[in-house]
Design a binder for this molecule. Structure first.
Ligand code: UDP
Length: 338
């Protein structure tokens, strides 16, 4: 089937494009390259440069594509996603993330594309008292990023009712890792996430990793999170697109590993693979003690399950970042089995 991927040059978008192509689908990537990279777009995908806020351009691309067969499913990855940045620039986040979804939905309705896969986040849950998150839990985001994703989820549901759109909304937990080919991965520097910061420290781009807080109500005092490999996550999107095309029904699912690791456990797992320095530092404001996905619904409704664990996440992320410094580590395109 033909799939339109807005934000297909970004981190999760590019991995999803790779998995869609591996599964035999035809992919149209739409991206403004503001944070994505042209060389992250799979060579077999058709690329159109354009902004998520530009409804006319999206509709134009869908129309051009119609000549070779209509787009069956559209995916939306084109969002800003740094929590601290969203706190500093809430208006920019509402503009890009909420208005961007509105523009894309308007183009889809106008063009008759009625299946949408949408990237949401565990941040919609805020600080759940139990730590384990279920899809029907109360949602109460504690930052603008989570608010913009929740507002988008709700907009999609209303548009679904009004215009017969089927949706698959995925709430991601802590995504990390890189594709096995090492052609794509997460290579941004201005991030606040634990796994990339471990990699930067291990590769000499930072002096020390700081562990934020060791006095949380968890067994070792550090925060617990659910880390899921980007390749497992990308495969869920392929299954989501196939589900929408076949079942003509909607889904809202958590995507995580279903397992929790403390910051100490992640650091120790990484230290088994490569050395780096770390120290304990005060708590970071706004960090809940524990966030773990309950993934029973994803297993039952989508038949999805994660296969790659923390070790594969850390190893692939490290190898990818290292390959950026030492490009000869990169597998040659010819030798891949895609
Ligand atoms: N963390 C840390 N040091 C860092 C970055 C993150 O100790 O340099 C901790 C953070 O406090 C949280 C966990 O690692 O408990 C995961 O944070 P991240 O920013 O990766 O994702 P979040 O769960 O906040 O979205």
């Amino acid at each position: 089937m033909k799939v339109f991927v807005a934000g297909g040059a970004g981190y999760i978008g590019s991995h999803t494009v790779y998995e869609l192509i591996r599964a035999g689908h035809e992919v149209v990537v739409y991206d403004n390259l503001s944070t994505g990279r042209a060389n992250a777009v799979h060579p077999s995908a058709r690329f159109y440069e354009g902004d998520i806020l530009d409804k006319t351009r999206i509709a134009e691309v869908l129309e051009v594509e119609r000549a070779t067969g209509p787009v069956e499913v559209a995916m939306h990855f084109a969002a800003k996603l740094i929590v601290s940045e969203s706190v500093a620039q809430p208006l920019a986040y509402y503009h890009n993330n909420v208005e961007g979804v509105r523009q894309m939905l308007a183009a889809l309705v106008e063009s008759g594309v009625n299946n949408m896969v949408f990237s949401s986040t565990a941040a919609v849950y805020g600080e759940p008292p139990k730590g384990e998150c279920f899809e029907d839990d109360y949602t109460l985001p504690i930052n603008p990023y989570g608010e913009t994703k929740l507002a988008s989820e709700r907009m999609i549901k209303w548009v679904s009712e009004a215009h017969g759109l089927n949706f698959c909304i995925f709430r991601y937990f802590n995504v990390a890792g890189a594709d096995a080919t090492l052609e794509i991965g997460l290579d941004k520097d201005q991030l606040t996430w634990l796994v990339p910061l471990i990699m930067q420290t291990a590769l000499g781009q930072r002096d020390k990793l700081q562990i934020f807080g060791d006095d949380y109500p968890t067994p070792d005092g550090t925060c617990i999170r659910d880390y899921v490999h980007v390749t497992d996550l990308a495969k869920a999107h392929v299954q989501g697109a196939e589900y929408l095309a076949q079942e003509k029904n909607s889904l809202l699912l958590n995507l995580g590993s279903g397992k929790g690791y403390s910051v100490n456990e992640v650091v120790n797992a990484a230290l088994e693979l490569f050395p780096f320095a770390y120290e304990y530092a005060p708590r970071r404001p706004g960090d809940p003690a524990k966030l773990i996905a309950n993934i029973q619904q994803a297993r039952e409704q989508l038949g999805w399950q994660p296969y790659l664990g923390l070790k594969e996440i850390l190893q692939s992320d490290y190898s990818y970042r290292k390959s950026l410094i030492i490009p000869s580590l990169l597998h040659s395109r010819e030798s891949q089995d895609l």
